[in-house]
Design a binder for this molecule. Structure first.
Ligand code: OGA
Ligand code: MN
Length: 198
């Protein structure tokens, strides 16, 4: 993992992309866990906002999610958690952020699914500090769409469209980076998480 590069990118641009965060074996392990949970019907339509602000809206967001339980991880999930814990330590050393808690869900975007431009930080709760998304698709053709569109902090730069290829990880500052999921022509699988400050 090119951690130094990641810290440098985050500092400069507010986001970073790590192409092969997962090895092929790790990706297979997590994909299997994901598909098992989907087959068991554990995914639910995602809401927008938090608490009493929570609502469903197809126009804004159309993914289904499964929130992982950090106190009851199976061995595949634990493998991923351990890897992300190491990344968290690097981020804390790089930025003195005091990242502590982590929350995460698997996500499934059906064909045509999208998530309109948004920030990941809630208006009433500013704990979310660094967001991460990890893609669990196999190969992903450009013609499938479904890119993660990252709006640059520097408005003179064009947005960056990230292809959701399996094993790729994207990290960004939750309060700073406006981002959206473009509609896809194939179901789109991922894992999204947030490191929070105490
Ligand atoms: C999110 C999100 C991006 C993606 O879940 O908040 O922005 O590429 N996901 O799945
Ligand atoms: Mn988001």
């Amino acid at each position: 993992m090119m951690i130094n590069q990641a810290i440098h990118d985050l500092e400069k641009n507010g986001f970073t992309i790590i192409d092969d965060f997962l090895t092929g074996e790790e990706l297979t392990l997590i994909q299997k866990d994901y598909l098992d949970l989907r087959n068991e019907g554990k995914f639910k339509r995602a809401g927008i906002g938090k608490g009493s602000d929570l609502h469903l809206n197809d126009q804004v967001r159309s993914d289904e999610t499964y929130w992982l339980d950090s106190l009851a991880l199976n061995s595949s999930q634990q493998t991923l958690w351990n890897k992300l814990e190491l990344l968290k330590q690097e981020l804390n050393q790089g930025f003195y952020l005091g990242l502590w808690d982590f929350e995460a869900h698997y996500s499934y975007y059906p064909i045509g699914g999208l998530y309109q431009a948004h920030l990941d930080r809630f208006s009433k709760d500013d704990a979310r500090t660094i967001s991460m998304v990890l893609y669990l698709n196999d190969e992903w053709a450009l013609s499938n769409g479904g890119e993660l569109r990252i709006h640059q902090k520097d408005p003179s730069l064009p947005p960056m469209d990230v292809v959701p290829t399996g094993g790729k990880l994207v990290c960004f500052f939750s309060a700073e980076i406006l981002h959206e999921v473009l509609p896809a022509k194939k179901p789109r699988m991922g894992f999204a998480g947030w490191w929070k400050r105490r």
